[in-house]
Design a protein around this ligand. Structure first.
Ligand SMILES: [Zn+2]
Length: 415
């Protein structure tokens, strides 16, 4: 048995990774279905693996929410939400509810959150991703740098509901932070020296203005994801989303900017990650109105070309985050057994749970650069997995690994 220096864990089988991470604000079921038919369907649409989010409680009639605005009665969309969670077309909860303009009543908030968690549990479903967004009335939201009123994780607040996040199965939360550049894998990437310097200057200004709580660390502007401890002690992974030029509102009709060629080119040059902040249900289409205007369709077509050509990996938010966690925190070793190269997947040093075996779905898309010839085996908990050969990558290296996750299925929605 001898160690094998020529083996390298790769970030992904593609050159870069992208998730379209959509807040469900203002979206009704017909728009949701039409958008995902267009984006996801491999035959009549673009075949892009894009997932979406849902609210626990809605504000407007027809909004994609599990409960009606009374916070108790499952709405007509509840069944579709369950099916979409099952098929992976929904992977994120846009908090317990949409409380823009009027804060929730604390007791009603708690019973709505408890009921939602219970209903999902009964269906054998969990939700790993939380989108922490909304106006300051959304007191149920979790700690966020620029929103001092969010109190869902503060045990001293009447809005405290974060004790229900573990039973929900939550692991990742968007902590309301945005950056306008793709996040790299490589410490030597363009911008990796410049941006921390600019950020330090901005922080100095914030501190001088008495806004120390608004300052950001280098990791906050350079890393896709990082461990945080909420005010009640719950450990979660917080992630950052991307918005080019920080243009709001970000919608289906601004994809021409947020996913335009300059963004995709920069992402490829960084060989990095991008989780796009958008609202795919906005604006709500009027009768006979086009869902995607031509410039936005063109941007999506280009993204689909990159995806189908194997250069940009497009996947639901939860898949990109799980994959990031794996490539950053997997402990592995490589050695020879006779002619065979054995890559031993030892454990995942998960910052929120401590060392644990990786879940099978987290291993999807895991890949290694290996020597040009010879048999390779991935070994997990004494089991040998025969990896797929992804072929030489754009630099000519031989890449082997486990197949990427299957795309979310529209079938579950019985379209
Ligand atoms: Zn939102």
């Amino acid at each position: 048995m001898s160690p094998e220096p020529a083996v390298r864990l790769r970030p992904f089988p593609f050159r870069a990774a992208l998730a379209i991470c959509s807040d469900i604000d203002g979206c009704d079921l017909p728009t949701f279905l039409a958008v995902h038919r267009y984006l996801n369907d491999p035959r009549s649409g673009l075949g892009l693996p894009v997932a979406d989010s849902f609210f626990g409680q809605g504000r407007d009639p027809g909004q994609m929410a599990y409960f009606l605005p009374d916070g108790r009665t499952p709405g007509p969309e509840a069944h579709h939400i369950i099916q979409a969670l099952r098929g992976g077309i929904i992977d994120s909860l846009h908090s317990w509810g949409d409380f823009n303009l009027a804060a929730p009543q604390p007791q009603a908030l708690r019973s709505l959150a408890a009921r939602l968690v219970e209903d999902l549990h009964r269906q054998g479903l969990s939700v790993k991703v939380w989108l922490n967004h909304g106006d300051p009335c959304n007191r149920q939201n979790l700690r966020a740098r620029l929103q001092p009123g969010y109190a869902g994780d503060d045990p001293a607040s009447p809005y405290y509901t974060a004790d229900l996040l573990k039973p929900l199965g939550l692991k990742y939360y968007w902590w309301s932070d945005l950056v306008s550049w793709p996040l790299s894998n490589r410490p030597d990437s363009p911008g990796s020296r410049l941006r921390p310097g600019i950020n330090a200057l901005k922080n100095t200004v914030k501190i001088l203005l008495g806004q120390r709580q608004k300052a950001r660390t280098t990791a906050q502007i350079m890393e896709l994801c990082q461990p945080v401890t909420l005010r009640d002690g719950l450990a979660l992974m917080a992630f950052t989303r991307h918005l080019r030029g920080l243009k709001e509102p970000t919608s289906r009709h601004t994809l021409r900017y947020t996913l335009g060629d300059p963004v995709l080119e920069q992402l490829l040059a960084q060989e990095g990650y991008l989780i796009l902040y958008t609202h795919l249900g906005l604006p709500r289409p009027g009768p006979g109105e086009e869902l995607f205007p031509l410039p936005d369709r063109t941007a999506l077509d280009r993204l689909a070309q990159h995806y189908h050509a194997g250069s940009i990996w497009v996947a639901p938010t939860v898949r990109v985050l799980s994959h990031w966690l794996m490539t950053r925190h997997l402990v592995w070793t490589a050695h020879r057994e006779g002619e065979r190269l054995i890559i031993h997947l030892e454990s995942l040093q998960d910052p929120t749970t401590g060392p644990r075996p990786p879940e099978p779905e987290e291993l999807a898309g895991l890949c290694f650069s290996v020597p040009a010839a010879g048999e390779v085996i991935l070994r997990l908990a004494g089991r040998d997995l025969v990896p797929q050969v992804f072929g030489p990558d754009h630099t000519g290296e031989r890449v082997v690994g486990l197949p990427p996750p299957p795309p979310p299925s529209l079938e579950a929605l019985k379209l």
